[in-house]
Design a binder for this molecule. Sequence first.
Ligand code: ZN
Length: 148
Amino acid sequence: MATRKWSPEELQAVTRLAKQWGKIVVQHAFGEQGPGLDVDFAHMEEVACAAAQGLTEGALEAATAQQGQLLGDKQPCPHCGKLCEVGSAERPLRAKGGVVALREPKCYCPTCRRAFFPSASGVEAGRAWLQSDDDAPHPVRDGRSQIA
Ligand SMILES: [Zn+2]
């Protein structure tokens, strides 16, 4: 698995690819002929920002869902080490450019009677964390903040 950071050139290539998708967005938003003379720049910018937000959310949701599948069927409980079935739970996460509905791996340890969340993602620094039995909904967290 690649853990290196992407070079500026590689990131520019991704930006060039997404720039091409901007043309598709314009076609979907304004039709084959593009925006009429009645459409001002602020409206075009609003459409572009909505598209950028959707692109960010879609890319992060797809990447984290695929990454979660790498964990396999079972993960060890961080407290007692028992292998537990990996399920999933949805959790909103604030990222650059939008709130992502993460489909995150979730396990339940019957011995400890607690849920835990194994993560292969850099967001969580690869550490599983425990949740109490009350299963309170997750607050929206900042993906760049440290987990306590
Ligand atoms: Zn346990």
